[in-house]
Design a protein around this ligand. Structure first.
Ligand code: PLP
Length: 218
């Protein structure tokens, strides 16, 4: 789908859900995509992008940031502790705050740098053993702990189990956010971003629907 088509679908879903036009941000997930596909979307005016790997983002984005002013880069992949220092320099927003040790590291870096990327806390709504994220039952305490550390937590993020209907997971995430006074909801990918918007998503992360299928899956 073209950028214009995806944007039109987002605007339609906002309207159907009775939400303000422009209340949903499209994050174009450019991981592993050939540079020419990303450049085409940059040339069409898209400025918000998501990447999964710190090293790959570090190779690709400094040049594009110079060429296309106003780029906002979102980290949406698991963040290893030894890459955090580089990540906070590279990304404007991190969606994968998923454990206490990472919160502590981000808080220390925020103190020394005097600033921090905005943060989404990843919640493992399906309680899947192989998936990162705070368990739903521990989310309230973790959100409170992050706030105590002074971290700029702006919302919650989830990746529903592949073999389940995503809607109950989106509702669960929205409920946790609401009772904790968080307004950001990073949920919805190529196959389910319209469902996510119906459930309150503020940020949808769309890769293959926009850029085409990824040549390989890391
Ligand atoms: C790769 C990825 C996406 C984009 O997935 P598509 O199905 O290609 O839209 C979204 N969110 C996360 C966390 C991802 O890793």
């Amino acid at each position: 789908m073209s950028l214009a088509e995806i944007t039109a679908r987002i605007r339609d879903s906002e309207a159907e859900a009775g939400r303000a036009p422009g209340s949903v941000t499209l994050i174009a997930v450019s991981k592993v995509q050939p540079p020419e596909r990303v450049e085409a979307v940059l040339a069409e005016g898209q400025r918000v992008f998501g990447e999964n790997y710190v090293q790959e983002a570090g190779f690709k984005w400094p040049g594009w940031r110079q060429e296309y002013p106003g780029v906002q880069l979102h980290m949406i992949g698991p963040l290893q502790t030894n890459k955090v220092k580089v990540a906070v320099e590279l990304f404007d927003v991190i969606h994968t705050l998923d454990r206490p040790s990472l919160a502590e590291k981000l808080a220390r870096l925020a103190e020394t740098r005097g600033s921090s990327p905005d943060l989404f806390i990843q919640v493992n709504t399906g309680e899947e053993a192989q998936k990162a994220g705070i368990l739903p039952g521990q989310a309230d305490d973790f959100i409170a702990a992050c706030r105590m550390m002074g971290l700029p937590v702006v919302g919650l993020m989830c990746i529903p189990p592949e073999d389940e209907h995503p809607a109950p997971h989106f509702s669960m995430l929205a409920g946790i956010a609401e009772r904790n006074g968080l307004t950001g909801l990073s949920m919805g990918m190529s196959s389910d971003f319209q469902t996510a918007i119906a459930h309150g998503a503020t940020h949808v992360r769309v890769g293959s629907a926009l850029f085409g299928s990824r040549a390989y899956q890391k």
